[in-house]
Design a protein around this ligand. Structure first.
Ligand SMILES: [Zn+2]
Length: 91
């Protein structure tokens, strides 16, 4: 199934994709994942939480690498930004 229009990078749904290497949303310029991106990801990965978490973990690692370089090597922790919003549905 195609998600129409934009050149979507990889498995990211919708138009709210990150601008690398600054990791801001290309639509609304919020820190990615923005609200719309989260909604699109949740819809796309509905029922596949492990898949969503795996995707976000790899994106988080990529973003950490990029943003650390942009900030002269200062370590940043993007785990919360990328992963904390994905809560298990039932626990
Ligand atoms: Zn956005």
């Amino acid at each position: 199934m195609q998600v129409g229009g934009d050149a979507v990078t990889g498995p990211l749904p919708g138009r709210h994709s990150p601008v690398r290497p600054i990791w801001l949303c290309r639509v609304d310029a919020n820190p990615w994942p923005c609200g719309e991106a989260k909604l699109a990801l949740l819809a796309r990965y509905d029922g596949d939480r492990p898949g969503l978490l795996a995707l976000l973990a790899s994106l988080s690692a990529e973003a950490t690498e990029h943003l650390t370089q942009l900030d002269n090597g200062r370590r940043i922790d993007l785990t919360d930004r990328f992963l904390a919003w994905v809560r298990p549905a039932d626990h």
